[in-house]
Design a protein around this ligand. Sequence first.
Ligand code: ADP
Ligand code: SF4
Length: 689
Amino acid sequence: MTRDPRYDVLFEPVQIGPVTARNRFYQVPHCNGMGRTFPSSMARMRGVKAEGGWAVIATEQIDIHPSADITPATEGRLWSDEDIPYLARMCDAVHEHNSLALIELTHNGKYVTNAYSREVPIFVNHMPVVGTFPVQARAMDKQDIRDYRRWHLDAVKRSKKAGFDIVCCYAAHNLSLAGQFMLRRYNHRTDEYGGSLENRVRLFREIIEDAKEAVGDTMGVVVRFAVDELRGDEGMEWDKEGREIIEMLAELPDLWDVNVAEWHNDSQTSRFAEEGFQEPFIEFVKKVTTKPVVGVGRYTSADRMVSVINKGIMDMIGAARPSIADPFLPKKIEEGRIEDIRECIGCNICVSWDISTAPMRCTQNPTKGEEWRKGWHPERIEPKSTDDTVLIVGAGPAGLEAARALGQRGYDVTLADALEEPGGRVTRESKLPGLSAWARVRDYRIYQIQQMPNVMLYPASALDAAQILEFGATSVAIATGATWRRDGYGRAHQFPIPGTDGANVFTPDDIMAGTVPEGPVLVYDDDHYYMGGLIAEKLRAAGADVILVTPEVKVSAWTDQTLEQTRIQKRLIESGIDIILSHTLRVIGNRDVTLACGYTERERTVAASSVVMVTSREPVDQVYWDLVANQESLADAAITSVRRIGDCYGPATIAAAVYEGHRFARELGAGPMGDIPFRRELTALSADF
Ligand code: ADP
Ligand code: SF4
C-alpha cells in the first residue's frame, strides 16, 4: 500500500538542536510501571516503539538524587554511574531503529516521600509532602539550590554517557522543583528565587543553561512545561504567566514540549475529553518561539495530526497513550495502512497499573509490557504450529482478540456469537455515557478479522454443547463472558442481601439493555470501578431520581488509578445524584432500603422504589461444564482442547479479556505452560556484601 500524500508532512525531519528527528512523531515521557525495577521490560518496550516509527522515544521521569526518591513508584533513577547501564540498554534499543533517545530528568520536590533514601525532602518553602504521609519537605536554602543545580548537571552528563540524544528539563505536571518554583501559590520566597516571575523562573532557566553549556553542542536540550493548571488564577494560566514564561525563555531550549498540569488534567480519559483537547491551551506557543513545539491530546487520527501541523499548532505530534495502544502507529500511516491502526480508547488502564506500581498494560494492545518478558511483539506472531481448527464461542473482547490473533497465525477459525451485534460487553458498555470510544476495541478487531479469509464470524449463533461437539473443530475456546449478580454478593456481602429476590431489584445488564426502573432508584456500588457511577449517570440522564450508595469512602474509588475519580464524583454531584458513602445495604423493601454505617453499623432508611446491584459478576460458563462433563464425546468429536478465556474464566477488565484472548492464541500448540509463565527480572546481588 502507498501512503496518502496528504500525510507526507508527518514524515518530514525536525531539527532539535544538534540532532535530527527523522519524522514528526514524538513519544513524550511516560511512566510505565517498569522503569528501574523491570529495566529489560522497559528497554524492550521502548525499542519496539522506535521500530514502529516514533522518531523520538522518551524515558519516564528519572529522579536524579536520593532526596528525589519517588519510591514506591517504579520510575527511572539516575543517582550515580551505577544507574547508567540500564538506561544505556534503552538507548541501544532505540538507536537500533534510528530513533532518538530522550531522558526526562526530575527532582520532584514535595512530590516524593524519600521512603527508601530517608532523606528529608526539599521544596521551595516548608510544606507537607504529597498525599497524607506524615512528612514535611524543608525549604531549600542557597546551598540546596546550588546542590540541586549540581545534581541536575551531573545527571545531564550521565545521560550523555548513557547514550541519550536529548535531555529534557522538566517543569510539567507540578512534579518538578524547577516548575514548583514558578508557581505563585507555592513560592513565598523573598530571595532572588521568589517574588517576581523573573525570579521564580530563575531556577528553570539556570538548569536549562547549565545543561546547554555542558552538552548543548552534542545533545538536544528541550523542556517539558505545563502552560496551564486548569485551576484559574490560583495557578498557572496559559494566557498569563504561562505565556510570559515562554516569552522569557523562548529561544533557550531546543524544543518546547507543552501541556496542561496536573497529570489528571494532562491524561484525561475519553469519558471526559476529546482528541486534541489541549489545543486551546497550547496553540499560542508557536507564535512566541521559533523552536519546534510538541503537544499531546490522544491523537490517533492521521488527518487530525496533519491538521495541527498545517494549522501551525505544533511541529511534532506528541503521544504517550496512542504510542502504547499502537507502537506502530507512525509506520502504519507511513505505509498507507490507516485502517490497521489500533486506536487508543482513552481508558487509562495503562496509567492505572503504573499507579499500582506494576508493569503497565493496555486494553487495546495486549502485548504491552510483554515485549521482553514474554517476547510478544505487537505486530508479529508465530505462524501456526499445529493443524488445529478452532471454534471460539463468544465474540466479546476475549473471543474477538483470540480470533484475530489466531487468524494472524494462520489458523482456520470460526467465531460464533449468540447476538446479532458482536462485541459482547464492549458493545453494551460503549453505549454508556462517555464511553463511545471504547467501541474501538471491537471495531479494530472486526475490521482485522474481515480481512482474513481463514476467520469466519457468525453472529446470531448461540451454541450449546451438542452443537459444539458436532461442529468439527479440534480446539474450542469458550469466551461467553459474565453477567452481573442480583443478590449483592461481592466484597461487602457474602450472603444474599434480604430483598434482592424482589421484582424491584435490577443489575447493570438490565439497565444497559434499556430498563429504566421506577424511581427513586438506589444504585449500590460495591464494585468501585466505572460501572456504578455510569449506571447512576445513565439513569439520572433518563430522568430518574438516583441515590448512589457505596461502602467505600468515595464514589468509583478504583478510578483514582485511572485519574478519573474527582471528575466522576463532581459529575455525579452536579447531575443531582444523592451520594451516600461508607454504607452497606442491609434490607431492600418495596419502597425503602435499610443501610448501615460502615463504621458504627447504625442503620438508616432511605426511600427507594428500585435498586440496581453493582457488586460482582458470575461467569457464563455452563456450556463449558456441559462440554467437559463428557470426555468421551469430546474424544469422539476429536476435540483435543477446551479452554475458557476472558470473563467466563475470571470476570475482570476488558483489558484482561483482550489479554487472555491473545494469550490463548499465542499459546495454542505451544505445549504446556511452565510454572512461571514469563521471564523474570532478577535483582542483582551487591558484590561488596
Ligand atoms: P469477554 O469480556 O470475556 O470477551 P463478553 O461478555 O464481552 O466476554 O462477551 C461474551 C459474548 O459471548 C457475548 O457477546 C455473548 O453474546 C456471547 N455468548 C454467550 N454465550 C454464548 C453461546 N452459548 N453461544 C454463542 N455466544 C455466546
Ligand atoms: Fe489507551 Fe487505554 Fe491502552 Fe492506555 S490502556 S493506551 S488509555 S487504550
